[in-house]
Design a protein around this ligand. Structure first.
Ligand SMILES: O=C(CO)COP(=O)(O)O
Length: 257
């Protein structure tokens, strides 16, 4: 069954941005009225900008999120940020288990799941990232890797309103490479089937984003694929005009899927 869920177009600024970048955020806010009302929009700036970004977005429909949180609620964890702290700064969402964190900071799926529990406990919508490496895809293991990560990273009892899955093939992140439409369709259909098997109607309604080298030039093709319920955008989310151009493809594809 084709999913017709409310799309989420999300930007992950990663470790990019200082106060000056709020000009781009303000330009995104200024461009929201020209976008379809039927989509959700989110920017996840670095933690240092969340509070100012929330103020810039205040009164608009642009949502603000974090890029990570700690699994514990508080304590002696120098340099870390709790879910409650993100919420306190105005974040409504948090990205968890991004492949950069899994690879560079050795985050396991079990840890991602603990972070998701912490975030959900503080009322944050969690975007849980999964995806195979190039070696795994070449070995024909993309579906099984995604299946393992999904099973271990997403908490039992996950609900569609508060959990979003992001499929980000590691080899497509920041490389300009993307899977073919058929490859994206295959993985997203697989994720949907797994979510429905585990969560029933909640799994049917849970959004599955695609991430990895999404640009204005390829957004229409990628976002029109069945069970692609939005995008998680890295580099192209740093410039307001690029981010808005990607989101604007929903003028053409909503209702046609
Ligand atoms: O990692 C990503 C979003 O989380 C994708 O990054 P790029 O869009 O820069 O490939």
């Amino acid at each position: 069954m084709t999913s017709l869920l409310r799309p989420l177009v999300a930007g992950n600024w990663k470790m990019n941005g200082t106060g000056q970048s709020l000009e781009q955020l303000a330009a995104i806010v200024a461009g929201l009225d020209a976008l379809p009302a039927s989509i959700d929009l989110l920017i996840c700036p670095p933690a240092t900008l969340i509070e100012r970004a929330s103020r810039t977005a205040h009164g608009s429909r642009l949502l603000i999120g974090g890029q990570n949180c700690h699994e514990k609620s508080d304590g002696a964890y120098t340099g870390e940020i709790s879910a409650a702290m993100l919420g306190d700064c105005g974040a409504s969402h948090v990205i968890l288990g991004h492949s950069e964190r899994r690879t560079l900071y050795a985050e396991t799926s079990d840890l991602v799941c603990a972070k998701a529990d912490a975030a959900l406990g503080k009322g944050l919508v969690t975007i849980i990232c999964i995806g195979e490496t190039e070696t795994e895809r070449r070995a024909g293991e993309a579906l099984s890797i995604v299946e393992q990560q999904l099973a271990a990273s997403v908490p039992a009892g996950a609900r569609a309103a508060t959990v979003v899955i992001a499929y980000e093939p590691v080899w497509a992140i920041g490389t300009g490479l993307t899977p073919t439409a058929a490859e994206v369709a295959e993985v997203h259909a697989h994720i949907r089937a797994l979510l429905v098997a585990r969560y029933g109607s909640e799994g049917q309604a849970m959004r599955i984003l695609y991430g990895g080298s999404v640009k204005a030039a390829n957004a229409r093709e990628l976002l029109a694929i069945d069970h692609v319920d939005g995008a998680l955008i890295g580099g192209a989310s740093l410039k307001a005009s690029d981010f808005l151009a990607i989101a604007s493809v929903y003028h053409d594809i909503s209702g046609s899927r």
